[in-house]
Write a protein that binds this ligand. Structure first.
Ligand code: SF4
Length: 172
């Protein structure tokens, strides 16, 4: 993404994620898009005696399975908005589980976000990406074919479906 290489647009899980973000919380949904970030849900939190009014941004997710990465993503948004002078809180929202996880930009989370930014910037500065390393997330990744194009046959239901739809595209 840092080099403007887009994932496979018709990937089933990306489409499901888009649908969920578009249909969950219809009364609160107000997208905020800035370069490099797009917030799913936006609302004002009324002022309280201790901290005053805050802006609450929410990321809608299908499951908390990758919650550490989700916290980093939301922490990055919180950092950007705080640097723009806003008082912001975060929420990870899981409509399928009916659960909301509060996320604050604590010094610990901020340090993790800043470290991740440095690591991403170092990766982007490389003349070419390092060789891919297979991890469990590869099976459902929308970049699968960029990393594993040399493989003869995809091995997962998601990847098999993607391969079939590509085959149909080629034949039509
Ligand atoms: S296919 Fe695997 S290695 Fe490649 S981008 Fe996706 S998760 Fe990373």
């Amino acid at each position: 993404m840092g080099h403007n290489i887009e994932p496979f647009r018709d990937h089933e899980l990306l489409a499901l994620g888009r649908l969920l973000a578009e249909t969950a919380y219809p009364r609160e949904r107000k997208e905020l898009a800035l370069p490099g970030m797009k917030v799913d849900v936006l609302r004002r939190q009324p002022a309280d005696a201790e901290e005053g009014e805050a802006l609450v941004i929410g990321e809608v997710k299908r499951s908390p399975r990758a919650q550490h990465a989700q916290r980093l993503q939301l922490g990055y948004y919180l950092l950007r908005l705080r640097e723009a002078g806003l008082h912001v809180r975060g929420e990870l929202r899981y409509p399928e589980q009916r659960h909301v996880e509060q996320v604050e930009l604590t010094p610990e989370l901020e340090a993790e976000v800043r470290q991740a930014i440095q690591q991403v910037e170092a990766l982007l500065a490389l003349p070419q990406p390092p060789p891919p390393v297979r991890i469990p997330a590869c099976a459902a990744c929308a970049y699968y074919e960029f990393c594993w194009v040399a493989e003869a046959e995809p091995t997962t239901p998601v990847a098999r479906g993607r391969s079939r739809s590509r085959k149909v595209e080629r034949e039509t």
